[in-house]
Design a binder for this molecule. Sequence first.
Ligand code: CA
Length: 309
Amino acid sequence: MKRIYLRLAGLLVLVGLSSTASAFLFTDTYTKTKYPTVLVHGLMGFDDIAGIEYFYRIPWEISRSGGKVYTVEVPQANSSEIRGEALLLQVKQILAATGAKKVNLVGHSHGGPTIRYVAAVRPDLVASVTSVGGANGSADLADVIYGVTSNVPVTDVLVDKVASALGSLIGLLSGTDYQQDGAAALYALSAGAAEFNAKYPQGIPAQYCGNGAEVVNGVRYYSWSGGSQLTNAADISDPLLAITSLFYTGKNDGLISSCKSRLGKVIRDDYHMNHVDEINHVFGLVDIFGGNPVAVYRQQANRLKNAGL
Ligand code: CA
């Protein structure tokens, strides 16, 4: 009997050792970047509402292979600078909490200029900027709305009120109470984009639709974007983006022109994704064969890891 116990004990030790060894050998570190990643939402975005993430399942997909991910919330509707200041505050908190020296910033849509602002004013705190479907120039649809409403004062006020109220509602649902400014948001995404780029030109291509500088002030700049609208027949957002794309000439993701999304090293500006696919919505309804955003976020984390960031 004693011998059986001994054999059992020996077996358990072996099992324990082999599982430790396999954990050591096969731990997935594909997305284990040196610095934590901070995800920043676009206009009317949020971190999560009732457990539903803006970057749908992306934090988990990065963290399951070793990456440390934070999703923050900034004012839903406001200027790039005001959103950027709110982000900067949270970046400092993340650095204090983690002991990390820098962060990798990833911003979708209006999150693009938002992260660019932080990288421009505090490059010492930022390892990289990754713009996803970024509003790095004006959004053509916003140009149209701004053009129409700024000529008709009543509609101007109406857009401001509606956008601010919607921003406040989303903030309320997701647990923040930022000051909203719908007019400032519309301006930032239309006529104000050129002003912003002149003030914070880091990574912006010198020529339309070109490539930008890959490293500025020690910060690496990257961008990627979709260039399609109808990608998944089951997704209700696809027809809406097909309609908004009518306001655009040239390749676009339904809300952002591919050429205007370009920043720093352009990974691709024509994935088979629309503006909503770029955040893996609605609920993962994307074209997983033509443009799976999950894979692209993971590849980018791996690229940052390999760059020592
Ligand atoms: Ca979709």
